[in-house]
Write a protein that binds this ligand. Sequence first.
Ligand SMILES: *Cc1c(COP(=O)(O)O)cnc(C)c1O
Length: 364
Amino acid sequence: MSTWPQWLPLREELVPMSPYGAPQVSAEASLNTNENPFSPSPALIKAIADRVSAIGAQLNRYPDREATSLRTALASYVNSQSGTSIDISNVWAANGSNEIIQSIFLAFGRKSALGFTPSYSMHPLIAKVTATPWIDGTRRKDFTLDCDAASAQIESLRPALTFITTPNNPTGSAVLIGEIESLARSTKNVGGLLVIDEAYAEFSSEKSAVTLIEKYPNVVVIRTMSKAFAFAGARVGYLVAHPSVIDAMRLVRLPYHLSALTQVAASAALEFSDELLATVQGLIAAREDVASRMEQLGLEVVPSCSNFLLFSGFKRASADVWKDLLDKGVLIRDVGLEGYLRVTIGNEAENNKFLSALKEVLNK
Ligand SMILES: *Cc1c(COP(=O)(O)O)cnc(C)c1O
């Protein structure tokens, strides 16, 4: 914990906090933040450069505050994936889904928010920053979500916001759409929103919760271009929800929050969706291959519907295994769950490098 100078009038609730900090150190294989390992193609890079060049002369002007063409393109992408018929009034876009999460807390977080640990660490962190009381709900021992227990927690705690991450980070497990629907009913009964974080949706074969919005207007779905879309550096996340939820986003967003550069780059990337998503099937196959090779090393691997694996079964402290892997040039993630580590699926060379380093480290 840092010590702050006396003269600094820092908000009291921020004093014990530390900044979000996945280590950004260089390593031969960076398998710690669930990025897609494949770079954009030369054709996409050129398309982005052309679009940026075309708007260069208008950079003295503020961007389209409503991000009209990007949100229209995002709506048709979602419709093509999920067979829905949403339109621009159901979509909001921001600088990464983390900004979407922050806007949700700013707009709806007054009462309290419930999530089921272990899950995405930014949900409770952003709750804290926006002064929203956060409640840690519970999962089964194997980290899967017990839907009946979750509904009971919702009905007794009556949170304004309930967060479900599916596939979940850091475990990789998905919640079935029927279970999401029963949580939609429970949250509706208590007058709350059900926030589904689908950052890894494209890696899962489970139906998206966007298909529930028409029937349950209290369901809001957070998506991102950072993972499957291989676009983390551009910072583009989006929200799919009832138009009234989108209207509430306008109250809390900063004016002109999404730069003209981001808007054109993201629109160009969406035109290349087939190409960008082509890596997803390969990453899923690699995930299964890496998992079985890890099991052959005597490790236990949590079944995953995402682009990463949570694993355990070490004969010594997981933090020491993490450090020894880094010494061998392989950066993975210590998610703060004693006895477990998380690895992102990389390209073939990175996966092989990870597996051979892991073998040496385990035998140490
Ligand atoms: C990676 C991740 C995000 C992505 O955040 P961006 O701000 O869009 O890069 C959101 N939610 C979860 C669960 C994640 O793992």
